[in-house]
Design a protein around this ligand. Structure first.
Ligand SMILES: Nc1ncnc2c1ncn2[C@@H]1O[C@H](COP(=O)(O)OP(=O)(O)OP(=O)(O)O)[C@@H](O)[C@H]1O
Length: 661
């Protein structure tokens, strides 16, 4: 019976270390200095945009009777050497200054973010080329570059500030590149690729949001330096000369020229600059604190689980269906030709000593609707075999020989185009770490809807509805509430259900499940196994299940492939393996299986360990650990032979094993 166990209590949940989502701007409310800075900068923008609309006096009106008058009721910040109102001029002067800063920031952000993302995501030669170009630009002395630009475009503030943005952009590029590289290697990004999301969609959905914090920090720091650069150029009379109207730079220049007569004039003009630069710096600090705080705060966080579950009709139906599978009832398409046919699969990884073969000559079939388990000790090649089926070999691994035919298509073609087309749609993958496949920045519903939209040309509304259906299909008790949750708000079992829903979004014919219950506690394991079993029957999909747990194997699979040190050593219907193993390794694994041991019985561990691929013995790979081994076992390669209908073993002592039973 499928029992959905949830409780209304609040639990301590360990979430991903990545920045958790939420509304960072809410945090700003708790940071008075940051709030004040943001308010000041906003006010400045409004004042700059309003021009003379808000000024108390005409900023260009001379009053030669009141020059350099100092603060008064009529002129709050005093007057300049022509008797013009300093306060009004500062207000109007903010426009060219902020405009120049905006131009510089725009160029800085567009170049820095775009090139940084391309470099970080593409890697390799593209990355090296962009990084070198960035280094080259940074090596150019900024002031010389600006003087050259102003020599070509005299008095042109815009040209100078655009050039300033350009020569400063490599510093942002470096930050963006580093963040992109880190996020690119997150498992949820790999999972997004697996689920069929295109590169632009991954960049937009998963990378860009993670860049927001670092980019805002960099922009606020850069904007502060752009304010100073704009002011310095105007002060030197190289950009925004006084003839073009007041700017903070030319006002500072004017105040400096009369410093001996009226030192006060430098106070409001210089003060404005100091306050603005300070506000930008404080805002950057606040954003930094908020983003870092969110990353820390997400690690352990009390969350409330959704409301208590009710036993659904689906759960009951699942139990009925599970019983049908356990009885060996054929699935709808069970008698058809194999859906997946693997032959002579050989996989190698690069190493300093050359390529090392880690999986050799693996072959098995999976019928439509069938569940085939791959079992064996750690390091035998189960995961590598499973991942090669979806073209996701890690660390430069490649299929060096053999074929993988899926519904008549060759998935082992070196370009990997076919497998990329089918991945996420006709072939789904779920992994041991459910949390790692989910982007911490987005709500579950939106991640799911995005993948749905990718596979079925649906509108946003339709894909959201389908996402809820999928969450219901994986028997989450309150799909709407789960859809609204962020991944860190889910328990491990719920997260695994969500990742199964993601894998099901493309309605796959084949699901590759790589130890899907390893990271879960025992009761949740049972729930997920029940779910997988009922889903198989409801959807008719086949499953390749990687496991080292014989209990899981017996629970879910009809057939099993036993792997040892990169080779298939035995494959048979699960019940045959249990009752009549034909390879000493299978026998030893079963004997060491705690599920089959009597209480108090000492488990007979297999002596020794699985040899690494570089130290595979000649002949039978298991012979150094085998109680049946003879000299002949090391003489040459041992073939996999059929020992009974549908039962194959790679052992020359099959008869001795049979006699010993
Ligand atoms: N990225 C890699 N680079 C080099 N060798 C690798 C890499 N990944 C796996 N291997 C090697 O391939 C062999 C098979 O590893 P694999 O992860 O498939 O074993 P497994 O049976 O799935 O073990 P586990 O149950 O621990 O996941 C191992 O010897 C391992 O060292």
């Amino acid at each position: 019976m499928t029992a959905i166990i949830t409780s209304p209590e609040t639990v301590q949940e360990t979430g991903p270390a990545a920045p958790a989502p939420g509304r960072p701007w809410r945090g700003l409310l708790r940071q008075p200095l940051g709030l004040l800075s943001a308010g000041y900068l906003l006010l400045l923008v409004v004042v700059a945009a309003a021009g003379t609309l808000l000024t108390p006096r005409d900023p260009e009106a001379d009053d030669l009777a009141h020059t350099l008058s100092g603060p008064s009721g009529a002129h709050w910040l005093g007057t300049d050497r022509l008797g013009r109102d300093v306060f009004s001029r500062l207000m109007v002067g903010s426009r060219p200054t902020l405009l120049g800063v905006a131009e510089a920031v725009l160029v800085f952000v567009v170049l820095g973010v775009a090139l940084g993302m391309v470099a970080g995501f593409a890697g390799g030669r593209t990355d090296r080329l962009i990084a070198r170009l960035g280094d080259l630009v940074l090596a150019v002395p900024g002031i010389i570059a600006l003087l050259m630009v102003l020599a070509v475009f005299p008095d042109n503030n815009a040209a100078a500030m655009i050039a300033f943005g350009l020569i400063s952009s490599p510093s942002l590029l470096r930050v963006v590149r580093a963040v992109t590289m880190a996020v690119r290697n997150e498992l949820y990004v790999k999972a997004a690729r697996l689920s069929g999301l295109s590169t632009p969609a991954i960049l937009r959905r998963h990378i860009l949001p993670r860049l927001a914090g670092p980019v805002i920090v960099q922009v606020s720091l850069f904007a502060a330096s752009a304010v100073l650069a704009e002011t310095a150029l105007s002060f030197l009379g190289l950009a925004t000369p006084e003839t073009q109207g007041p700017s903070w730079g030319n006002m500072v220049g004017e105040a400096a020229s009369v410093i001996s007569v009226d030192p006060w004039l430098l106070v409001p003009t210089g003060g404005m600059l100091v306050v603005t630069v300070l506000a930008l710096g404080l805002l950057g600090d606040t954003v930094h604190d908020l983003t870092v705080g969110r990353a820390r705060g997400s690690a352990v966080r009390p969350v409330r689980r959704p409301r208590p579950a009710v036993r659904t009709a689906v759960a009951v139906a699942a139990a009925d269906v599970a019983a049908a599978v356990a009885d060996g009832a054929p699935t709808e398409q069970g008698a058809a030709a194999p859906l997946l046919s693997v032959r002579g699969l050989t996989i190698a990884f690069p190493s300093p000593e050359g390529e090392v073969t880690v999986v050799r000559g693996v072959g098995f079939d999976v019928a439509r609707g069938e569940c085939v388990g791959i079992v064996g000790e750690s390091g035998c090649g189960k995961t590598v075999t499973a991942r090669s089926l979806v073209g996701l070999l890690p660390g430069g691994g490649r299929v060096v020989a053999g074929s993988v035919a899926f519904d008549g298509r060759d998935l082992a073609d070196p370009a990997g185009r076919e497998v990329a087309r089918l991945r996420g749609s006709r072939i789904g993958l779920i992994s041991q770490e459910p949390m790692s496949g989910l982007d911490p920045s987005f709500r579950v519903g939106s991640q799911l809807a995005e993948v749905v939209r990718r596979h079925h040309r649906l509108t946003r509304r339709q894909s959201r509805a389908r996402a809820l259906e999928l969450l219901a299909l994986v028997e989450l008790p309150d799909p709407a509430s789960v859809a609204r949750s962020h991944p860190h708000e889910l328990s491990g079992g719920m997260a695994q259900r969500v990742s199964i829903a993601l894998a099901l979004a493309g309605e796959p014919d084949l699901l590759i499940a790589d130890e899907p219950t390893t990271a879960l506690d025992v009761t949740v394991q049972a729930e997920i196994l029940n779910l997988l079993r009922s889903l198989r029957v409801r959807t008719g999909m086949a499953v390749v299940l990687v496991t080292h747990d014989w209990g899981v194997l017996a629970d879910l699979c009809e057939r099993a492939v036993v792997m040892y040190a990169g080779e298939v050593v035995e494959q048979a219907p699960v019940s045959d393996l249990y009752h009549a193993p034909r390879h000493p390794y299978t026998l030893a694994l079963l004997a060491a299986n705690p599920h089959l041991a009597a209480v108090g019985q000492e488990l007979p561990a297999i002596p020794g360990t699985v040899p690494p691929p570089s130290a595979w013995p000649a002949g039978c790979h298991f012979q150094p650990r085998c109680g049946y081994a003879t000299e002949e076992c090391g003489a040459g390669a041992i073939p996999l032979v059929t020992v009974a209908g549908g039962h194959q073993a790679r052992c020359i002592h099959v008869d001795r094993l049979e006699a010993a039973r």
